[in-house]
Design a protein around this ligand. Structure first.
Ligand code: NDP
Length: 273
């Protein structure tokens, strides 16, 4: 019987996951079916249980179910426990294993695809939501000189610093506290990629040769990337590589085979103009 996988979210019509996993399956010769499920807002657990009963082997989880997926997991892995959110589930022997591959996908994209090593670098993450939570440990594992988290609501950044105190030394606060500091890698993990809002970043926050990376994808030149460009940054990226890399991690976790991400990233890249 063909093994079944799916991405669950609401809304889900825009999801590229079925195409990405379809491309991985074809390239690696894996016989799987991968569909998109629009989960009802008040019936996440029941929908997952019905999928498992129908032979489901794994799921990707997207907005707004990443926290509920954590709650139904019987075996959350460390990546999911620390992020408090889940983006991949595996169903095996009556257990629900849970992972959060977003941060690893981000780091793999920056280092392998963009060729920027994080070791010894000063890294700034703007935003203190789920994506930032998932990114901190994979970034810390690369031994950057500094990881700073800046957030509109400074208290949320402080809370995050406390939550991660045993695992990573973070600088955390509001954007005004960045005055006079420069960073080699500046990540936009806020949801402003979907709006017209710029971030209140002080002048000079981008070091010469910096990378500016917006985690959102498919939006072209976002307000944050425009802001970086206006400050003289030439190395700009959006989150399409992160999306494909986190999918590759899930695919390997489920199937034991590592797909080549490069052709899939190329297929989904939208020029940053
Ligand atoms: P959350 O909703 O958890 O967090 C949103 C963050 O954005 C908060 O820190 C919030 O600050 C901040 N924010 C919202 N509006 C503004 C504003 N106008 N000015 C300044 N800060 C603002 O979102 P996620 O962490 O889940 O996602 C963040 C981004 O990452 C999204 O764009 C998402 O698409 C992207 N993403 C990309 C992935 C990929 O595979 N490429 C995977 C996962 C996420 P405050 O606390 O003050 O409200």
């Amino acid at each position: 019987m063909t093994d079944r996988y799916a991405v669950i979210g609401n809304p889900i019509g825009h999801s590229k996951s079925p195409l990405i996993h379809g491309a991985f399956a074809q390239a690696t010769g894996q016989d799987i079916e991968y569909t998109a499920i629009e989960g009802p807002l008040d019936g996440f657990r029941a929908t997952v249980e019905a999928f498992i009963a129908a032979g489901g082997r794994g799921m990707n989880v997207t907005i707004p179910f990443k926290l509920q997926a954590f709650e139904i997991a019987t075996d959350p892995m460390e990546s999911a426990r620390l992020a408090g959110a889940v983006n991949a589930l595996k169903f095996e022997d009556g257990r629900i294993y849970a992972q959060n591959f977003d941060g690893l996908g981000l780091v793999n994209d920056i280092q392998r695809n963009l060729g920027v090593s994080l070791a010894g670098k000063r890294v700034l993450i703007c935003g203190a939501g789920g994506a930032t939570r998932g990114a901190i440990l994979p970034i810390a594992a690369q031994k950057p000189a500094v990881i700073a988290v800046a957030n509109r609501t400074a208290a949320k950044a402080h809370g995050l610093k406390a939550d991660f105190a045993a695992h990573a030394a973070l600088q955390a606060g509001g954007y005004d506290e960045l005055a006079g500091e420069t960073f080699d890698v500046v990540l936009n993990a806020t949801s402003t990629g979907l709006s017209k809002d710029e971030l209140p970043l002080p002048a000079g926050v981008f070091a010469p040769g910096a990378l500016a990376y917006d985690l959102v994808y498919g939006k072209g030149l976002t307000p944050f990337l425009k802001q970086a460009q206006a400050a003289g940054v030439t190395q700009l990226a959006d989150g399409v590589g992160m999306l494909v890399e986190q999918a590759a991690e899930a695919f390997e976790w489920w199937r034991g085979v590592r797909p080549d991400t490069k052709p899939v990233i190329e297929r989904f890249t939208i020029p940053l103009v």
